[in-house]
Design a protein around this ligand. Sequence first.
Ligand SMILES: [Zn+2]
Length: 109
Amino acid sequence: MLRAYFVQEFNEPDGHAVIAENAREAKQIAYASGDFYCEWIEMRVKWMRNANIDGLEKGIVRDCLDALRREIYAFIEAGHYPCDVCGCQGELHGFKGKALCTKCYDEAV
Ligand SMILES: [Zn+2]
């Protein structure tokens, strides 16, 4: 069964959303991408158990906004995309298929 994982370097907020069978495979896919400039043992894998992976195939999810809306990313830094509700360019959080700024997120939960 496929699951969603967030793979990152220790102490780095950025990472990859990876769809894989298990944590080890997710780490292997991320490592093989060549996007990480660290050692294997410095990579951390987190199972994003609330993520919606409907329609996704095994591999890296390159669409950051999609990954956020699916709750594979925990957040996206401010200034990249507008909030789905108010349109501001604040830090975004995924919630039930939407990308919400901190203010809209607090009102939605
Ligand atoms: Zn908002």
